[in-house]
Design a protein around this ligand. Sequence first.
Ligand code: PRP
Ligand code: MN
Ligand code: MG
Length: 181
Amino acid sequence: SRDVEADLSRILITESEIHAKIAELARKIEVDYAGQDLLLVGVLKGAVMVMADLARELHLPVSMDWMAVSSYGNSTQSSGVVRILKDLDSELQGRTVLIVEDIIDSGLTLSWLLGNLRSRGPASVEVCALLRKPDAVRVELDVRYVGFDIPNDFVVGYGLDYAEKYRNLKDIGVLAPHTYS
Ligand code: PRP
Ligand code: MN
Ligand code: MG
């Protein structure tokens, strides 16, 4: 068997740092949405781990729904072309929506998604993203909750993939260049 950890050049954020940050974000969200029914919209597939952990941290009545969009395919570069692979099951009319994302890289996925969801008549749509790459962002975005700002390296783990691999790593790490060049 191959040791996938050997494909990382370094660990960027450990499992315990991730969980501490998610708890911190959950405390803010609980204050901001006190007394409201929140619809968490997880963006498949990258957001599965954040969604699972954030939802369980929140002491609020939440529903969970999922949208599958993809802009990367098997490349390390965003194409900017967003495809809907699976739409929401829920109607958004009048709903209080929080999009849950693993990472904002160029911001193109989220920019497109915000426009798409806001056109469905929700009461509000905000964003919670565990990671953001300030040096890679290509569009202006108002993101209410951000876990970590990180350098512009290709990161994997905790839901984040390269060619569908590494999503199951507990830590977030930088992919060693030899694995994709
Ligand atoms: C990744 C990541 C975000 C998006 C961020 O998803 O999970 O959804 O790219 O990139 P951007 O800010 O440059 O648009 P991806 O398209 O790889 O699909 P996945 O979640 O199934 O891995
Ligand atoms: Mn994604
Ligand atoms: Mg991906």
